[in-house]
Write a protein that binds this ligand. Structure first.
Ligand code: FUB
Length: 331
C-alpha cells in the first residue's frame, strides 16, 4: 500500500469509529425513539405508580370502549412494571369489580400502596343496590402479598359508600382514592366535585375517625397526595379551564389547610380528562398522566404518558412539558 493509500485507510477507520460512537451515544441517550404513550397495545388511564424493590409498579385503569362509544367501558385494572421507566412489563389484570361481591359496573381510578409487606389496592367502582347502599360510586380495598397479586377483597364490603358523603348530589362523587402513609398514619383522599379525606387505621382497611370535606381550590377529581421535604402536596384534576388540567395545593400538614399553588399541566390532547400519578425513582421525579393520542384514541380510549417533573428551590412545581419523546431509560 502506498503512503497516500494507507493515510486514506486510517482516515476511513477513524470515520467508521466516530460513526460507531455516535450511534452508541444516540442509543445511550434513550431519546432516539418516542416513548409516549408508554403502553401501546391496550388503552390505559389513571396512572398510579408505586416504587417497591427497585422497581416501579404502575397500576392503571383499562379503557375498552369502541371508537363509537360515548361513555367509559372499563372492565378491570391492570398492572405493569419497569426497572428503567421505559420498558414496561405487562402483568395482566389481577383485579376487577367482579373481585368484590358488592360491586358492579366500571373499574375507575385506583392506587396501590405497600405497608409491612402487604399491598393494598384502593379502587373506585360502583355499588350494587343492597342493604349497605342504594348504589352509586364506592371505594373498595383489595390486598395481596405481592405487588402483582393475586389480590382479594380485604374487607368483604365497601370502605366508602355513596351514603357516607352527602355534600354532593350526584352519585359518582366517591371515586379516585389516593392513600399516603405519613409517619405511620395513613390518610385517604378522594372525590369528584368535592374533595374528602379520612384517616385509616393501621390495618389499612378501616376508617379511623370522621370523613372531612377538604377546602381546596378548583378541585374536580383525581387527587394524588404525597410529601416532599417538609411540604405535603395535593395534586388533582382541576377546573382552571375546561377540559381538565392538573392543578395543586400544598400544606405543612397532611390534614391541611391547603394553599393553592397553580397549574402543573395544561389540557391534554384528545381527552377531556387527565389524571396525575407522581413518583420519584433513582434520583428523578416523574409525572404520569393520560391523553388520547394513540391511533383511534379519545376520551374513552386513553393512554398513559410520562414526562419529567421539576421543582423550584421553594418547593413549587414547574409546569410539566408534555412531550412525544417522554423520558430516557434510567440506568
Ligand atoms: O377513568 C375514569 C375516571 O376518569 C377517573 O376515575 C377520573 O379520574 C377520570 O380520569
Amino acid at each position: 500500500m502506498s503512503t497516500k493509500n494507507s493515510v486514506n485507510h486510517i482516515h476511513m477507520k477513524i470515520r467508521n469509529l466516530k460513526n460507531l460512537f455516535l450511534f452508541i451515544a444516540l442509543l445511550a441517550s434513550g431519546n432516539s425513539f418516542a416513548q409516549n404513550p408508554i403502553i401501546t397495545d391496550v388503552f390505559t388511564a389513571d396512572p398510579a405508580p408505586l416504587v417497591y424493590d427497585n422497581t416501579v409498579y404502575l397500576y392503571t385503569s383499562h379503557d375498552t370502549a369502541s371508537v363509537e362509544h360515548t361513555n367509559y367501558k372499563m372492565p378491570d385494572w391492570l398492572v405493569f412494571s419497569s426497572k428503567d421507566m421505559v420498558n414496561w412489563k405487562n402483568h395482566g389484570s389481577p383485579l376487577s369489580p367482579k373481585s368484590f361481591s358488592w360491586a358492579t359496573g366500571d373499574a375507575y381510578a385506583a392506587q396501590c400502596v405497600e405497608r409491612d409487606g402487604k399491598f393494598y389496592w384502593y379502587v373506585s367502582t360502583f355499588h350494587k343496590k343492597d342493604e349497605n347502599s342504594k348504589g352509586g360510586a364506592a371505594i373498595g380495598v383489595a390486598v395481596s402479598d405481592s405487588p402483582t397479586g393475586p389480590f382479594k377483597d380485604a374487607i368483604g364490603k365497601a370502605l366508602i359508600v355513596n351514603e357516607m358523603t352527602t355534600d354532593m348530589e350526584h352519585s359518582w362523587d366517591d371515586i379516585d382514592p389516593t392513600v399516603f402513609i405519613d409517619d405511620g398514619q395513613a390518610y385517604m383522599y378522594w372525590g369528584n366535585g368535592s374533595c374528602r379525606y379520612v384517616k385509616l387505621k393501621d390495618n389499612m382497611i378501616e376508617k379511623d375517625g370522621p370523613i372531612h370535606i377538604v377546602d381546596v381550590k378548583n378541585f374536580i377529581e383525581g387527587p394524588w397526595l404525597y410529601k416532599r421535604k417538609d411540604l405535603y402536596y395535593l395534586i388533582y384534576a382541576g377546573k382552571g379551564t375546561k377540559p381538565e388540567m392538573i392543578e395543586y395545593s400544598t400544606s405543612k400538614s397532611p390534614e391541611g389547610p391547603w394553599e393553592y399553588q397553580g397549574i402543573i399541566q395544561e389540557n391534554v390532547p384528545n381527552s377531556f380528562t387527565t389524571h396525575p400519578g407522581i413518583v420519584d425513582f433513582k434520583g428523578k421525579s416523574y409525572f404520569m398522566y393520560h391523553n388520547g393520542l394513540l391511533p383511534t384514541g379519545g376520551s374513552y380510549r386513553r393512554s398513559i404518558c410520562i414526562d419529567y417533573m421539576y421543582y423550584n428551590e421553594d418547593g413549587t412545581i414547574q409546569k410539566v412539558v408534555q412531550t412525544k419523546e417522554g423520558v430516557a431509560p434510567v440506568k
